[in-house]
Design a protein around this ligand. Structure first.
Ligand code: F6P
Length: 365
């Protein structure tokens, strides 16, 4: 590592989410205005370092991007340099191309890299830091809010808004038609989006991966409401929810070592079972990638901007192998290892679940 940092690289990797551009903008402005550094934009996540897609970005490039969804740098949740997919005789094979990444970093005179991503990205950053000593600083992003070391990731609040507003919309039509409305939200193995949007939207039943459900208990919650004169119900289901003793519902298995399982379908399964057990007309909405698109919420813009600024400060101070994080109201730094190795899950006996139960929400338990 050079003594003085002159040029930093920045990349966005993994699934996109609102707020990525706000981080890029904060990184570029802080690096140039505050520290006189040059910034190199790495395209399409780690793929840009494998395939040499690197070019300088200036303040002009980040002008007007604060409210824009997506990422001006592009992203990929498939290009893992340690398990990179190639086709050999038409068949997929996974090889280590991390040396190629090192060559691109050296060729472009990049002194440190800021990686904006979720658990997969931070795991890769950690490996480059530990194995090759590359000065890495992470910024936590994901709508799933499942990254360790930080109270919250940016992107979560924006996804929560989409999910909550969708539940609100389903509420009125459920009430008019006396139906059960099931809404399937994202989150992979963590139930944060379902739990928080379910509470914020007044969901009557919330199903999350951390609390395996019994469908008979879900039906009972709905029937209990009917007895009280409530002839409609809203059931918020996390894509990773599973029945007690059962498995997650898999939409597709793909040859991607980073994320071989694509979740999806639990909403329809639960919807069919509710209709059978209760006899009530049931409809299912799968929110899907709507939760990842569009403009970041003000909360996410602010958090992303704070993260971007602090990431550059860590680089300048030479604090590598770290990820910026939020604890309470403060921006702190944690080790990449803490972030990558301790995924954050909903506590089944935590305050939020206890409160929802007290208010009458069913969890199928
Ligand atoms: O991690 C973010 C996320 O949106 C998950 O909630 C979801 O399971 C997954 O990514 C979907 O990934 P893809 O965009 O590859 O379908």
């Amino acid at each position: 590592m050079k003594n003085k940092i002159k040029r930093i690289g920045v990349l966005t990797a993994g699934g996109d989410c609102p707020g990525l551009n706000a981080v890029i903008r904060a990184v570029v402005k802080t690096a140039i205005n505050e520290h006189g550094l040059e910034v190199m934009g790495i395209r399409d996540g780690f793929g840009g370092l494998i395939n040499k897609k690197v070019s300088q970005i200036t303040e002009k490039d980040v002008s007007g991007i604060l409210p824009r969804g997506g990422t001006i740098l592009g992203t990929s949740n498939r290009d893992n340099p340690f398990k990179y997919k190639i086709l050999k005789d038409g068949k997929p094979e996974f090889i280590d191309v991390s040396e190629q990444v090192i060559k691109t970093i050296e060729y472009n005179d990049i002194d440190a890299i800021i990686t904006i991503g979720g658990d997969g990205t931070q795991t890769m950053s950690l490996e480059f830091y530990e194995r090759y000593g590359i000065p890495m600083v992470g910024v936590p992003k994901t709508i799933d809010n499942d990254l360790g070391g930080t109270d919250v990731t940016f992107g979560f609040d924006s996804a929560l808004q989409v999910a909550t507003f969708s539940i609100d919309k389903l509420h009125s039509t459920a009430e008019s038609h006396h139906r059960v409305m099931v809404i399937e939200v994202m989150g992979r193995d963590a139930g944060w989006i379902a739990l928080h949007s379910g509470i914020a939207g007044g969901g009557d039943v919330i199903l999350i991966p951390e609390i395996p459900y019994k469908i008979e208990n879900v039906a009972k919650s709905i029937e209990k409401r009917v007895k009280k004169g409530k002839r409609f119900s809203l059931v918020v289901v996390s894509e990773g929810a599973k029945a007690e003793g059962g498995e997650v519902v898999v939409k597709k298995i793909v040859d991607d070592p980073s994320m071989p399982i694509r979740l999806g379908g639990v909403g329809n399964k639960v919807g069919d079972e509710i209709e059978d057990l209760t006899g009530m007309e049931t409809r299912v909405t799968v929110l899907g990638h709507l939760q990842r698109g569009g403009s970041p919420s003000p909360f996410d813009r602010l958090l992303a901007t704070r993260f971007g600024y602090h990431a550059v400060e860590l680089v300048v101070k030479g604090k590598f192998g770290k990820m910026v994080a939020v604890r309470g109201n403060d921006i702190i730094d944690v080790s990449l290892a803490e972030a990558a190795r301790n995924p954050k899950r909903v506590k089944p006996d935590g305050d939020m679940v206890k409160m929802a139960v007290a208010l009458g929400t069913g969890f199928g338990m």
